[in-house]
Every structure is written in C-alpha cells, then in structure tokens.
Write a protein that binds this ligand. Structure first.
Ligand code: NAP
Length: 493
C-alpha cells in the first residue's frame, strides 16, 4: 500500500523509528524552482543524537536482529527495496520539489535506491566466510562481525540514492545506522525512514537526524559509540571528519569531490562524443561529483568540435523539473547558484572567454535558482576554474597534442574521481584508461553505474569504495578464529 505524501509530517524526525519533533526546532525547505516553501522540517538536537545512538546500540544487540541468519536479514532488505519501488513516483515528486531536479532523474534515483537494497540483500545471502589454509593443528577461519552504530552523512545532490548506498550495506552487516541528510534536502530521507520501518525493519536500527552538519554531523563523528562514519560530500568536510576519526581510530569511507577530465580523440565518433560530453557535465545541472568538467579535445579537431558542442549546449532545454522534456532544471539552492555564478565571473575576470551561458537568466527564470549551460574557452589547466570543483553546469575547454601531454595535464589536479575517453582506438583507450589517476574511467560512455562495480575516488576524491561484493564487509570487523585440533598438549608451563 502506498503512502500519500500529504499524510507525512516532516516536522517529525526519526529517532530509532519513533517519529516526533526534533529538539533542535524546525527549518524550511524551499523549492529552488520559485523559492516557495515545500515543508517545514524537524531539526535534531544533541539529546536526539544521544537517544539515537542508545537505541541503535540496544537494537543491534537484541537477539531479534543479532541472531537473524543472513538470508533472514536479507528478506528485510528486499522488503525495503520493494517498498521504495512501490513509492518511487511519490519519492520522485517529493525530491523534485525539494531539489528542483527533473522527474526523470529523481525517479531514477528512487529506483537506484531500490536496486541497491536488492543487490545488497542478494550479496548478503551469498557472502562466504573463509576457512583459511591451516599452518598448524588448527582449523583456521576468518569471520566478519558488525561494527556497531554507524553514522551515514550524505550531501544534497542525490538524496535517497546516496542514503541507500550507506544504509543498505550497514544494515546488512548487522549494524544500526544514523543518517544525517544535508540541510537543503532532508525530506526524502525522512520519508525513506518511514518506508523502511513499514517494510518491517526492527525499531532502533535506523534514525534520520536532519540538522546542521557542524552540530549534528560533528556530534555523530565524535561520539564514542559511533564506530564508523560513511561520508559523501565535499573534500574539506571529508578531511575534517577523517582527522576526528583518526583520533578515535575509527574507520571512515569518504566519497568526495571531483574535477574529472573528459577526453576526445580525433578518431572519436563525434556525434556520440558531443552527446556524451554534454551529458557528462550538464546533466543534473552539473551538480554531480563525477561531472566531466575539464574537456580535453585533440588540437586537430578542437575548432570544429567546440563549435558544434556550443551549438548543442545552447539548444539544451532549460525548465522546471516537473515539465516534460526538461534537461537543465534549476540548481539546488539560490545560494549555490550564486556561488557558481561568482566562480564563472572570477574566471572571466582572469581571462576566460564565455562561449555560451555565463549569466544568471532573467525573465521566466528570474525567481528560480537557474544557471545555463556554460562553456569557457581560453583557459589553462592551472587556472582556478580548471582546478577547483564548481559543482555546476560549467565546462572548461582545453586541448592536447600527444598522449604524454594529455596524461600530464589530465593528472595535474588534486582530484581523482572519474574520467571519460571518446575514441574508436581500443588500444589507445586502454593505454589512457590505465594511466589516468581516477577511481572510474568510462570509455565511449559516461556517468553509468552498476551496483556490482566498486566506485570511489583516489587523491582528494576519497577513500574506500562503495558497491561491489565487498560492500557489506566494509561495515564489518574481521575476526580470526583458531580452533585447536591437536591431540598433543601445548607442552608449556
Ligand atoms: P558538504 O558541505 O561537505 O556536506 C555534506 C554533508 O556533510 C552534509 O550533510 C553536511 O551537512 C555535512 N557536514 C557539513 N559539515 C560537517 C561537519 N563538520 N561534520 C560532519 N558533517 C558535516 O557537501 P555538499 O555541499 O552537501 O555536497 C557537495 C559535495 O559532495 C561536492 O564536493 C561533491 O563532489 C560531493 N559528492 C561526492 C560524491 C562521491 O560519490 N564522490 C557524490 C556526491 C557528492 P549540512 O548540509 O547541514 O551542512
């Protein structure tokens, strides 16, 4: 049975499955399309953090959860996946209002979350423990056990999908999870908690605590009973969390920012490459960690390629997230749009030439947080606009001469999240893919994901991997068991 969103009271936060007002008061969620109010939502206070941790501790120690066999726990996760899918339209509608994103994207994010729960459930059912080759008169084993209470801290750009990527494996591992969504987009996470409990998740195992990161997020990271932080967000925040984690000797996983190169060879299928470059940087209105924001096009085709690219960028359809056919929806928040506009203005002041976009649109778009697809020329790879993450619809055009020059430029950046390569030369694609410092390389495609393929960054783009067969074990402690089989006494003492 689906739940109507009008029934949901967003002023209630979720502490271990108990829904009620947060002790931090309320805040407003604003639709970036026109600045109207979406909902007042509850804010957690520090006492809510304490209660959520205590309830999580108790719930994961309860034999009703602790003693569930893997396939039984998997059943709960399958049911959560089904519940999310049954509410995918409602989730999409809510998320489109809360984030401005297109309905196509928000529906895909909901379905991705459902898929994550199912993939993790099936992995849980089929996870092996190791019987290791014994080097003495013992049976030796390596087994995995839950860590404890886990904090999941997520950003605003893909709520529900990024929530699921942390909550599903952490629950599968037998932990309790406290989710701290971003201040700008907490609504879908609160709705998700209701669905998880409706699907039969035992009380206490999941809390959703909206609130300022520097207060609620920080308290979770520092809490002595929080045993892991799984974080997605900016690199500056990630480093701060890692420093606190180091002082507690606590594992962290960090999915951070990017400044990804997207590379076009002269022999590429040009139509495909243009569509791929546009999709790679302008979909989600550029608010994507993996945005291919540095274009490296071979100098021999630069003029023609860029001219066609600009024409196509100008033709992208900007509009409301709920309007059919929209490709470029508003940005998440007026403050973020202003930040992106200021970065473009600074680049122009430093010598960049605007080939398209570059100005806050007026007229029908004046009220919303819109920014048009923007392509900048006459920049160098060392300019700020090519070094720092914009997290908006801004592409910088660069070119390359030979493969050495290409690899040197592409790798000359603090980030290492993703890379796109467009070529028909499969050997060249392989050579470049292996030399680029990135967690993911897409060849003749971009921004595609599979739950079974590990994802994460290198350099300032992060630490650890999500997805794949070892996803659940990243939320577990490994324990060795030696089982003595010798008939001989140890003979000591
Ligand atoms: P952010 O400012 O780092 O915030 C991320 C989350 O951390 C939010 O929930 C935030 O809460 C919380 N937070 C802030 N300060 C904190 C603190 N001192 N202690 C604990 N938590 C704290 O990032 P954002 O602006 O929301 O997201 C954009 C960034 O995320 C971009 O850099 C993007 O590349 C990155 N990202 C990476 C991936 C990936 O998979 N690699 C995916 C998506 C996004 P508040 O909202 O309350 O401040």
């Amino acid at each position: 049975m689906t739940q109507l969103l009008s029934d949901v009271d967003f002023s209630e936060i979720c502490v271990g499955g108990l829904f009620g007002p947060g002790s931090g008061g309320t805040a407003r969620s604003i639709d970036p399309t026109d600045g109207t109010l979406v909902a007042d939502y509850g804010i957690a206070g520090l006492d809510n953090v304490e209660d959520a941790v205590a309830m999580g501790q108790a719930a994961m120690a309860d034999p009703a959860w602790r003693n569930l066999k893997a396939h039984e726990r998997a059943r709960v996760l399958y049911r959560i996946g089904d519940m999310i899918e049954a509410h995918a339209d409602a989730i999409a509608a809510l998320q489109t209002r809360d984030t401005g994103k297109t309905l196509t994207e928000t529906r895909a994010l909901a379905m991705s979350a459902a898929g994550t729960f199912r993939y993790v459930a099936s992995t849980l059912e089929t996870l092996d423990e190791d019987l290791t080759p014994s080097r003495g008169p013992w049976v030796t084993m390596s087994v995995h056990e839950p860590l404890g209470v886990v904090a999941a801290i997520t950003p605003w750009n893909s709520p529900i999908a990024s929530d699921a990527q942390k909550v599903a494996p952490a629950l599968a591992a037998g932990n309790a999870v406290i989710l701290k969504p971003a201040e700008w987009t907490p609504l879908v996470s609160l709705f998700f908690a209701r669905l998880a409990y409706r699907a039969g998740l035992p009380k206490g195992l999941l809390s959703v605590l909206p609130g300022p990161g520097r207060v609620i997020g920080d308290a979770l990271v520092r809490h002595p009973l929080v045993k892991k932080v799984s974080f997605t967000g900016g690199t500056v925040t990630g480093v701060r969390i890692a420093e606190i984690a180091a002082s507690k000797l606590m594992p962290v996983s960090l999915e951070l920012g990017g400044k990804s190169p997207t590379i076009v060879f002269p022999d590429a299928d040009i139509e495909e490459a243009i569509a791929g470059v546009l999709y790679g940087v302008f979909s989600s209105t550029g608010q994507s960690c993996i945005a291919g924001s540095r274009l490296f096009v071979h100098e021999s085709i630069r003029e023609e390629f860029v001219s066609r690219l600009v024409e196509r960028a100008k033709a992208l359809r900007m509009g409301r997230g709920d309007a059919p056919g929209t490709q470029m929806a508003p940005m998440i928040h007026h403050r973020h749009r202003d930040h992106v506009a200021a970065m473009v203005d600074a680049a122009v002041a430093a010598g960049a030439r605007v080939l398209c976009g570059g100005e806050v649109p007026q007229g029908e778009f004046a009220e919303g947080a819109w920014y048009p697809p923007t392509i900048l020329d006459t920049v160098t790879n060392t300019d700020t606009i090519c070094r720092e993450e914009v997290f908006g619809p801004v592409l910088a055009v660069l070119s390359w001469r030979d493969e050495e020059d290409l690899v040197a430029q592409a790798n000359d950046n603090e980030y290492g999240l993703a890379c796109g390569i467009w070529t028909r030369d499969y050997k060249a694609a392989w050579r470049i893919a292996r030399r680029i410092e990135a967690g993911t390389v897409w060849i003749n495609t971009y921004k595609q994901f599979s739950s079974s393929t590990p994802f994460g960054g290198v350099k300032d783009s992060g630490l650890g991997r999500e997805k794949g067969r070892h996803w659940i074990q990243a939320y577990m402690n490994q324990k060795a068991i030696y089982w003595g089989m010798s008939e001989e006494p140890i003979g000591w003492g």
